[in-house]
Design a protein around this ligand. Structure first.
Ligand code: PXG
Length: 457
């Protein structure tokens, strides 16, 4: 018996409910409702089996930067699967896709980043960084430098080290986190935590919490500071311009390594290869994943600055760390094809000169909506703060679940927008056209109207 699309969806939903545990999901609640099945995608659109077309305002999970259905990436994967579907980089071996990608990547990155260590994901990059910075300081005769400083509401992944570096309270509440020697300072979030203050002064004050924390721990005990240039999963938190230069000054003054987590901000999301370039920051280590392959296959990479690389290569250079899928050949081949495609299409110039200014202009218009306390954005990300009172910026009671409501109306209107509490965020594919941006903004406005009617009606 062939099933019609609705029956097929129901069949998948019941298998899913019986056998599949979802990440970051109330699985009990989901199993009652039935999960949303997506089984096809093209360009900036995803589709349900019943044929609903949904504009993917999140590029999957901030990763499908060059859009769905790119033949160049599919061909690169197919060719590599046919040639060498797997080999490893352990035991003195290499393979052409990893070597060529390492060279290609370092040629695109700032001058002092000349080496990469491959992983399978962003979380694995951050686990790698924890071990690498501590190993580096040990190589410098300072093994006591173990402390790593991060921010509250940062997201650095879900592994033990990634979730510890992250500053997500609900994550720390499960599984005995954070690990020892990981510390958090406050985030540079003007709308949420700096209301009524001058944004630049607020940015400096938040950066100087790093200095205070270093002095509290003793500079001789601190290995590194890690941050996302713009916090993504935390709600598109854009720091004031004063923030990053001050963080860099402090790191240099106390000789603390600076790690930029570029898992979201890299590969064009902020209009540059790396988001830190926008803020004029020169990190010692850089974590990359997601957009490196446009999400087609999993890959992560840690770019290592010359100073750290020289430390690691001292005394034989043994680093006892690595993953079966470090630099998987298919992932590396797709990443190289993705970088080539980005260059061929001049995507960075297109973002800087056209797509980002247009997206930001249209996005800012949503700021006039009665439900929106702030519409902000940078590069190819945006956020809307939903408020109960536009004049005072007062939030809705948490129990109202305004963000969740709005997110559900978005889907009804054919748009994926993510809710972080009552902050609605977007991170569309970088290849989105002006008319697709118009569509995105129209669908977002319609969803805001429906949310408003529901809450006030
Ligand atoms: N660093 C940053 C800055 C991230 O955003 C990771 C590390 C971890 O990467 P992996 O590949 O291990 O997932 C991330 C991941 C969301 C969401 O809902 C964000 C991420 C992952 C899943 C969901 O915003 N970011």
């Amino acid at each position: 018996m062939t099933l019609n699309p609705k029956q097929q969806t129901q069949a998948w939903q019941s298998l899913d409910a019986a056998h599949h545990l979802h990440p970051f999901t109330d699985n009990g609640e989901l199993n009652q409702k039935g999960s949303r099945v997506i089984n096809r995608a093209e360009g900036v659109y995803i589709y349900t089996p019943e044929g609903q077309e949904i504009l993917d305002g999140m590029a999957g999970l901030w990763c499908v930067n060059m859009g769905y259905g790119r033949k160049e990436l599919i061909d690169a994967a197919t060719e590599q699967l046919n040639t060498l579907p797997y080999y490893n980089l352990f035991f003195q071996c290499t393979h052409p896709p990893a070597t060529e990608l390492a060279a290609r990547l370092t040629s695109l990155l700032p001058e002092h980043l000349n080496r990469v260590f491959f992983t399978g994901s962003g979380s694995e990059c951050n686990d790698t960084v924890v071990r690498m910075v501590r190993h580096f300081w040990a190589s410098q005769g300072q093994p006591q430098r173990k402390a790593i400083i991060s921010r509250h509401n940062a997201y650095h992944g879900s592994t033990m080290a990634g979730a510890s570096l992250g500053g997500m309270k609900p994550m720390h509440a499960q599984g005995g986190l954070p690990l020892p020697d990981i510390h958090h300072i406050d985030q540079p979030y003007p709308f949420g935590e700096g209301q009524g203050q001058d944004p630049q002064a607020f940015g400096l004050e938040r950066a100087r919490q790093l200095e205070a924390k270093i002095l509290e721990l003793g500079p001789e005990n601190v290995a590194a500071f890690i941050g996302e240039p713009v916090q993504g999963a935390g709600g598109v938190i854009i720091p004031p311009a004063s923030y990053w230069p001050e963080i860099q000054r402090i790191c240099r003054q106390y000789d603390i390594l600076l790690v930029s987590d570029e898992v979201i901000c890299g590969f064009g999301r902020l209009g540059h290869w790396l988001g830190c370039e926008h803020f004029g920051v020169k990190p010692d280590l850089v974590c990359m994943a997601k957009g490196i392959t446009s999400g087609y296959v999993p890959l992560g990479a840690v770019a290592v600055g010359d100073r750290v690389a020289e430390g690691l290569l001292k005394d034989g250079g043994d680093f006892n760390h690595g993953f079966t899928y470090s630099g998987h050949p298919v992932a590396c081949a797709v990443a190289s094809a993705n970088l080539a495609l980005m260059e061929q299409e001049g995507i960075l110039e297109r973002i800087q000169q056209h797509t980002s200014p247009y997206l930001q202009k249209r996005w800012a218009e949503l700021g006039d909506h009665p439900l929106v306390g702030e519409a902000r954005g940078i590069g190819m990300v945006g956020a809307l703060e939903l408020v109960a009172d536009k004049a005072t910026g007062a939030r809705f009671d948490e129990k109202v679940g305004a963000g969740t409501l709005c997110r559900d109306f978005c889907i009804e209107c054919g748009l994926v927008m993510r809710a972080v509490g009552d902050t609605m965020i977007i991170s569309p594919p970088l290849v989105i056209t002006e008319s697709e941006i118009d569509e995105l903004v129209a669908r977002a406005r319609r969803s805001l109207d429906l949310t408003w009617q529901h809450l006030k009606g």
